[in-house]
Design a protein. Structure first.
Length: 202
């Protein structure tokens, strides 16, 4: 009888033995799942922090990097300590090649705004009524004629294409943007003068 019990006990222990590692494997998988969930939550939190506190990265994919700013310009607006506003006055539907100037200036000023850590605000106005035209004139923006050639006929359309930079109660104006070449230098110098509180020159 003792021998029979011993054999039964051996069979019982042999059947029970494989169960112990299976339980361990289940526990390990559970811990791995919890770890994965925690890592995912941490990644989501860090991503949200980055969205709120890290300046968005803009990529200039144009040929010859048309809208990319120099390091000097980026550093200048990044170090602004007070709010600055740049207003672009552009009449809509100007004839070529002037109709491309607004798009260029919009993209270019967006680079300044993105680099400013929130201290530079850019807005655009289409002076199509008396109040907005009066505001443009007060800011020193000049209305200029633009020649339009259409259907073998020549006509003239008056309009605005200039910007004003305002900072701490002062302003500096580029009355008419004649050419986009050298525009970064002109804007950066105007911002630097405003930041340094130099005398306003219109």
């Amino acid at each position: 009888m003792a021998t029979t019990k011993t054999k039964k006990q051996r069979k019982s222990s042999e059947k029970a033995a494989p169960g112990t590692p299976a339980k361990g494997r289940g526990t390990a998988k559970g811990l791995e799942s919890i770890g994965f969930v925690l890592m995912t939550l941490v990644a989501v939190v860090l991503a949200n922090v980055a969205i709120h506190f890290v300046r968005p990265i803009r990529f200039d994919m144009t040929e010859n990097r048309l809208y990319s700013l120099s390091q000097g310009s980026v550093r200048l607006v990044a170090e602004l300590e007070d709010d600055m506003e740049i207003t672009g006055y552009f009449t809509s539907e100007l004839p070529p090649p002037f109709n491309a100037t607004e798009l260029y200036v919009r993209n270019f000023l967006a680079e300044y705004e993105a680099a400013s850590n929130g201290n530079l605000r850019v807005r655009f106005v289409d002076p199509d009524d008396d109040e907005e035209r009066a505001a443009a004139e007060r800011d020193g923006i000049q209305e200029v004629p633009h020649q339009l050639i259409e259907h073998d006929a020549v006509s003239v359309r008056n309009g605005y294409r200039g910007i004003v930079i305002k900072y701490l109660g002062q302003h500096r104006t580029i009355p008419v943007i004649e050419d986009t070449r050298g525009l970064e230098y002109e804007i950066t110098q105007a911002i630097r003068r405003e930041r340094d509180h130099l005398v306003t020159i219109d």
